[in-house]
Design a protein around this ligand. Sequence first.
Ligand SMILES: [Zn+2]
Length: 56
Amino acid sequence: MNTRPGVCARKRRFSSEAEAIAVALKAEITLRPYRCQLCRDYHLTSRTKGMKSLPR
Ligand SMILES: [Zn+2]
């Protein structure tokens, strides 16, 4: 997953994967947590293209 600095600054940041998952589950759309290479925290992305995702 390529992460650009601008994206990192704009996105919500989670200090733990569990926290990111909890928020993702409550969202209306499919969100996936991923580890950011820049801030070492977790972000959520709605882009599932090219990522392994289970069909709902
Ligand atoms: Zn980040």
